[in-house]
Design a binder for this molecule. Sequence first.
Ligand code: ADP
Ligand code: MG
Length: 146
Amino acid sequence: MSSLLPLFLKGKVVKGFGRGSKDLGCPTANYPLEVVQSLPKNLDPGVYYGWAQVDSQPVYKMVANIGWCPFYQNKQMSVETHIMHKFEKDFYESNLKICVVGYLRPEKNFNSLDDLIDAIKQDIVNAETRLNENEAMKLKADVFFD
Ligand code: ADP
Ligand code: MG
């Protein structure tokens, strides 16, 4: 699995399925189907950390959920990227580049919304730490980003 990383993806930001990520304080930018279909077939579903860039804005830290998408009867994966930056406005239709650097944890179901929110907060803390490591920092400067 780790040989598949780092993984570089780019594509347009599309509307997600309105699962209310924003209400959880955690908006997630979705990729269209063709980007998802380009993923390596043996990539493990789960929560990943890495770098993200919207158009030619600065490169920010991100956490991404790469998982099975209920909307397509779990036949398609989805990639949902939460960028660790406060944006002034939404950026649907913008170009989003991500570098998936490492794996944090498998997907799981939560008993309550509070448990889910706690897990997301912990993911963000863990991503923050891992992205400050030297190997991860090098990827922030990759020529892939503008
Ligand atoms: P959707 O179901 O359309 O994905 P979300 O509630 O998950 O709706 O919100 C995602 C949208 O919020 C993104 O497509 C983007 O335009 C916007 N957005 C604003 N700030 C962020 C951020 N920090 N990370 C990701 N998306 C963000
Ligand atoms: Mg979303």
